[in-house]
Design a protein around this ligand. Structure first.
Ligand code: GRF
Length: 202
């Protein structure tokens, strides 16, 4: 299955997908393209090192967000992508884009949704004082971090955690969970029933 990974930042999740899926022929997953909205995203360097085609699509180069989305859509369709993976992609798509790729966009978020959605989940988690946080992988819908949840893993929050220490613990789980979920999607094991995502054993 050809997938696209969209990333704005350092791309440690992309790296996990390269190592555990793209470079494992038994995974059935090929990262056909990596797209970023930031020219300097280190994710682009990681993709190039792995020989994966990259594109930069910047919001400022388009008259509006529909035009930005359309450019990304053009690349995805040209690369015959079947699944879109958001991995630290810091732009929201318009509803028309989500409708076009319904149930074919997956995102990862560093909290146990529906707790702490939005752009600052880790500081929000620490500020609230919860004892448990984690990782959520979900299908993207028209809401913000609101679509059907595919998988979650918890991590403890310690009294002396700061953003760096908590994020480090979360990243360890992200890098295991994201490849596992995508492998299952590619194997046809995920079924969406209303808000629930069922995992069928193959
Ligand atoms: C991850 O923590 C992910 O949960 C969030 O953005 C971060 C991306 O990190 N959506 P990286 O660029 O993969 O290192």
């Amino acid at each position: 299955m050809k997938i696209a990974v969209l990333a704005s930042g350092s791309g440690t999740n992309l790296q996990a997908l390269i190592d555990q899926l793209h470079q494992d022929e038994t995974s059935g997953v090929e990262i056909a393209v990596v797209i970023s909205d930031r020219r300097k995203a280190y994710a682009l360097t990681r993709a190039k090192k792995a020989g994966i085609p990259t594109y930069v699509v910047r919001v400022r180069n388009f008259p509006d967000r529909d035009a930005f989305d359309a450019e990304i859509s053009k690349i995805l369709d040209r690369c015959e992508v079947e699944l879109i993976i958001l991995a630290g992609f810091m732009k929201l798509f318009q509803p028309a884009f989500v409708r076009k790729y319904r149930n074919r966009i997956i995102n990862i978020h560093p909290s146990l949704l529906p707790a702490f959605p939005g752009a600052h989940p880790v500081p929000d988690t620490l500020a609230y004082g919860v004892k448990v946080s984690g990782v959520t992988v979900f299908f993207v819908d028209e809401g913000i971090d609101a679509g059907p949840i595919i998988a979650q893993v918890s991590v403890p929050v310690f009294d002396d955690d700061d953003e760096e220490s908590l994020l480090k613990r979360i990243h360890i789980e992200e890098h295991k969970l994201y490849p596992q979920v995508i492998r299952r999607y590619a194997a046809g094991m995920l079924e969406i029933v209303g808000r629930k995502v069922l995992v069928k054993e193959s």
